[in-house]
Design a protein. Structure first.
Length: 222
């Protein structure tokens, strides 16, 4: 469960404040959540706030659950450290034992398919390689919610299938917060929906209802 209480989020621009949310209060039940909205509406910002990676300007967001970092993204790595060293560093941050760390390192090394690059600095990686390392690292940890921001397209077609299959198995035992423009992916992975629109946040009991409303807004052009 995730609770928003009088949440306001905005960014300061030359034209003034640009609001993502204005004084929103909402309790979100457990479930696989699809987040929709037009380009620039603030979907990714909302997702990061729900996952407590980013914070509102006013109000509070609380939850007893644990959240992953955004799945598949290459950000957050220490560029001068190797892939292996980065994985060990994250394990240390999360208080994993030596035995657990060895298991996680082995899993990420095998899953990411980086070969010799696993022992090379992150700064030598392509964006796809960083994505594969981050994807494998996220899957190696157990969270109540997996945070996914349009990141199901890492690697070539074979690796994308492997990654999606692994993710689908993973979320059998956890929930997801998913930002995607792919309606089929949202329908496949999510059961409830959130729509961000003009500073408001709308909750829908089914992802189909959220998608239908999103399509209506696009047709109206406002």
């Amino acid at each position: 469960m995730i609770t928003l209480q009088n949440v306001t989020k905005y960014f300061t621009t030359n034209a003034g404040r640009r609001y993502i949310l204005k004084d929103v209060s909402l309790t979100l039940p457990d479930g696989n959540v699809g987040i929709l909205g037009r380009n620039g509406a603030g979907k990714s910002t909302l997702m990061r706030m729900l996952g407590r990676i980013e914070f509102p300007n006013q109000g509070t967001i609380t939850s007893p659950d644990t959240f992953s970092w955004p799945l598949g993204l290459g950000g957050g790595f220490v560029w001068n450290m190797t892939g292996r060293a980065n994985v060990k560093f994250v394990c240390n941050l999360y208080g994993r034992s030596k035995e657990e760390t060895r298991r996680i390192v082995s899993y990420v090394q095998e899953f990411s398919e980086l070969g010799d690059y696993f022992d090379m600095p992150i700064k030598t990686y392509s964006s796809g390689m960083k994505g594969r390392l981050g994807f494998g690292l996220s899957l190696a940890f157990d969270f109540d919610y997996m945070i996914i921001d349009e990141t199901l397209s890492v690697g070539d077609a074979r690796f994308r299938k492997k990654a999606k299959d692994a993710l689908m198995k993973k979320i059998e035992n956890c929930h997801v917060l998913l930002v995607s423009h792919d309606m089929n992916t949202l329908k496949e992975m999510c059961d409830i929906g959130l729509l961000v629109h003009e500073g408001e946040l709308h909750y829908y009991d089914t992802i189909d209802d959220a998608i239908n409303r999103y399509n209506e807004i696009n047709k109206q052009g406002k």
